[in-house]
Design a protein around this ligand. Structure first.
Ligand code: EPZ
Length: 426
């Protein structure tokens, strides 16, 4: 199995192109099932998860072509055409690998009237049930049965508009219900919705296909169902988690990096934190520039929460930064109940972290030491790469397939700004 080798200590200088957002691209691909006309998605990232979603969609009869971008910073363009839904079965073997597969439920129910989708099950970061998704579809008139690990959903007469309030502002549930409601009969009012930028991106894509949606980016989204949606051409938003990860990389290693294509508006919480602890972030005409001189970052507490608060998907990376900060910080994880698996691995590199329930207390040390490490999800894996950038000696990050799920050409992007990092083939 491939692994990543990093030799710490280099400052970063130069530019990194930011890819399209994984967590938007996957949902736009699933939503392309809603129309029998071709859809073109631009600014697509090249990732293992995108391939997994492509495999799944092809099972339903989706015809797909990709035009590959030539080099780093040249994104892919994907054409998707679901002229006919040939099957509405999402098997366990695909869904268990990638939870975002569950997002095909809304489009399949709305267009095809039924679907059989494997339950995603738990995963490394928590139990992650799908009860809000299922309750929402039931409220829209679908009948839902659970059997042998599968969800059997049926709405033969079509989904019906309703008012539904999510118990928690779940990203996946909001997006699944939105993609069901766009073809439902009448008006759907969704309350306590996710306000994440990727959820807004999906809404804007649906609007480009002819959907009637208002309230995107607020807690209440109102959707008036239409009879059919058309094809559209849409460009995926820049990846705010990749952006945040490279901002933190620059804060950890020190240096000057321009993140080309990055957006400030979707990264407000992190930018505010970085500025408080001694890293400058400025908007440029091409994206964001990040600068930190040799001074050690100061420690500062953070609590993850739904957008626009600090994202859970940057919690592990921020912990890597706090592990070398001056002072003690408390990091509270409120979105997932088990998202501290990177802690024992960081401890192997010399970090001083104590976990008590949902709070990690991090006492910054002056230096980390390189070590062989591995992690069980992609954000945790990348946090170990970031720690490796500043650790003395060599860090080997194993289980690189986690990184390949969500970070396009990570080692090329970091070596392009001066990090000593390479992929070693097994
Ligand atoms: C999305 O997951 C992202 N995944 C996650 O990114 C991200 O961490 C998360 O949103 C929060 O921002 C994708 O977009 C593919 P949720 P999602 O539904 O939709 C509970 C990454 O690394 N919940 O907002 O699954 C749930 O258990 C991934 O790219 C229920 O209880 O997140 C969790 O504690 C990791 N019942 C909380 O809500 C439900 O029916 C938030 O989950 C649904 C969710």
């Amino acid at each position: 199995m491939d692994r990543i080798r990093i030799k710490g200590g280099n400052r970063l200088k130069g530019e990194i192109p930011i890819s399209g957002a994984k967590n938007s691209a996957l949902k736009l691909m699933a939503a392309s099932l809603l129309t029998d006309e071709p859809v073109t998605l631009k600014n697509m990232p090249r990732l293992a998860d995108i391939e997994a979603m492509s495999d799944l969609l092809m099972q339903f009869g989706m015809n797909m072509n990709i035009r590959r971008g030539a080099g780093l910073g040249q994104s892919d363009t994907m054409r998707l055409h679901a002229a006919k839904i040939e099957s509405a079965f999402a098997p366990y073997d695909i869904v268990r690998k990638m939870r975002a597969s569950f997002q095909v439920l809304g489009p399949l129910l709305a267009r095809h009237g039924e679907a059989k989708i494997s339950l995603p099950g738990g995963c490394a970061i928590g139990a992650r049930p799908v009860d809000f998704h299922l309750k929402g579809f039931e409220a829209m008139g679908a009948s839902i049965e659970l059997a042998d690990g599968y969800v059997l959903a049926s709405a033969k007469g079509g989904l019906k508009g309703t008012t539904f309030e999510f118990p928690f502002a779940s990203v996946g549930a909001t997006e699944n219900l939105m993609t069901g409601a766009v073809l439902a009969e009448g008006r759907t009012v969704l309350k306590n919705c996710a306000r994440e930028p990727e959820t807004q991106d999906l809404g804007n894509f649906l609007i480009a296909m002819g959907a009637k949606i208002s309230g995107l980016g607020t807690s209440e989204i109102v959707i008036d169902g239409v009879d059919r949606l058309s094809g559209a051409t849409y460009s995926v938003m820049p990846d705010r988690i990749e952006t945040g990860t490279y901002m933190i990389a620059t804060a950890i290693a020190g240096g000057d990096v321009e993140l080309v294509g990055a957006q400030a508006s979707s990264n407000g919480a992190l930018i505010a934190m970085l500025e408080k602890i001694g890293t400058e972030v400025k908007e440029t005409n091409r994206g964001l520039s990040v600068h930190r001189n040799g001074v050690r970052p100061s420690a500062m507490d953070v609590k993850t929460d739904v957008f626009p608060a600090f994202p859970t998907d940057l919690q592990a990376q921020y912990m890597a930064l706090m592990s070398i900060a001056n002072g003690t910080s408390h990091i509270r994880e409120t979105v997932f109940e088990n998202r501290f698996m990177h802690v024992p691995e960081m401890a192997r590199m010399g970090a001083k972290i104590h976990v008590d329930g949902d709070v990690a207390t991090v006492t910054g040390v002056e230096t980390l030491k390189g070590a062989p490490v591995m992690a069980t999800d992609l954000r945790a894996s990348v946090s170990l790469v970031l720690a490796g950038l500043v650790a003395e000696g060599e860090t080997i990050v194993n289980r690189v397939y986690h990184l390949d799920r969500g970070f396009e050409r990570l080692e090329e992007k970091l070596s392009g700004v001066g990090a000593e990092i390479e992929r070693q083939q097994a």
